[in-house]
Write a protein that binds this ligand. Structure first.
Ligand SMILES: [Zn+2]
Length: 313
């Protein structure tokens, strides 16, 4: 699978900051080590340019961000200290999702080893999310005539409030968020479909909900392109999660989503979103599960092909 990755995805944060910045190179290293990624399949993205960002974000917000004029309150809400490197990093991550979307349209599946920054609103940053990468990618590819309809499957444990706000008036983009109802963000923004789960939800209830909703989501969305936010923060023990999934449950979750994508033969982009295990390396190891499952699901002969060509003896 081709992926987007840049060394510029990492920017220094103050000692003790809760955001696991080191998970990005750690995931790349795990994928290379596990043979899921060849060095030649890494595409280094260009930073999204300001005109592309304007497809989603307001001029006022982008000017504030670009020139470092964010006030203390806005910076606190962002959850990251402003720096020129942070702005560049955020633009690179958007560029990576745009590039991964283009690769997915060619290859069927691709990933950005970052992205899924679903708390970024058109007019402000929030919850470690500066720019809304799905929003920019969908708007840009649509403007270029590559896609019409899009589906965002957001299984990060936190509700995709920013993405819901970006696409609130967009009939051609379906947003699905399944999350902890009592977790951040406490003021939710309505997605096309929200499933809020009680604290402590475990594998069985979680997977039952997912299996119930996936077919209807695809029927309603009729997507040309799917974005899967495979956050690993629904895992039991996550620092900012409140659910109780096991690692096997996370694996089954990814298998269910990816199999459904495969069945519908729709190009898909894998994005990381959140995960707050005890170390960035452990968080990266959990994110690698999604890539292992994608390799397994997408190396299967396509249902389309097997229905036409008989299996060789
Ligand atoms: Zn999250």
């Amino acid at each position: 699978m081709r992926v987007s990755y840049s060394d510029g995805y990492v920017v220094a944060l103050p000692e003790g900051h809760p955001f696991p910045m080191e998970k990005f190179p750690a995931l790349r290293d795990i994928l290379l080590r596990d043979g899921l990624l060849r060095p030649g399949d890494i595409g280094v993205p260009a930073p999204a340019d300001w005109d592309q960002l304007r497809l989603v974000h307001t001029n006022q917000y982008l000017d504030t961000l670009r020139h470092g004029r964010m006030d203390r309150k806005a910076e606190r809400r962002m959850g990251l200290p402003w720096s020129e490197q942070l702005v560049q990093r955020s633009r690179l991550a958007v560029g990576g999702t745009v590039q991964a979307a283009r690769m997915a349209l060619q290859d069927g599946i691709a990933a950005n080893l970052a992205g899924g920054t679903h708390h970024a609103f058109p007019d402000h940053a929030e919850g470690f999310c500066v720019l809304n990468d799905m929003g920019v990618a969908i708007r840009l590819l649509r403007a270029e005539g590559h896609i019409e309809r899009a589906l965002v499957i957001d299984l990060d444990v936190h509700q995709g409030n920013g993405t819901a706000a970006v696409f609130a008036q967009d009939e051609a983009s379906f947003t699905f968020s399944m999350h902890g109802e009592r977790n951040y963000p406490f003021a939710k923004v309505a997605s096309s479909l929200d499933v809020g789960l009680p604290d402590g939800t475990g594998d069985a209830d979680y997977l039952a909900q997912l299996q119930t909703h996936l077919p209807a989501i695809f029927a309603a969305a009729r997507p040309d392109l799917v974005f899967y936010l495979a956050g690993v923060d629904p895992l039991a023990g996550d620092r900012f999660g409140r659910l109780q999934l096991t690692e096997a449950g996370l694996r089954q979750r990814d298998r269910a989503v990816l199999s459904t994508i495969r069945q519908h033969d729709v190009p898909a982009v894998l994005l990381m979103s959140g995960g707050y295990a005890p170390t960035p390396q452990e968080t990266a190891r959990l994110h690698a599960i999604t890539h292992h499952e994608a390799a397994a699901v997408f190396s299967l002969p396509s249902l389309h092909a097997t229905s036409i060509f008989p299996t060789p003896p």
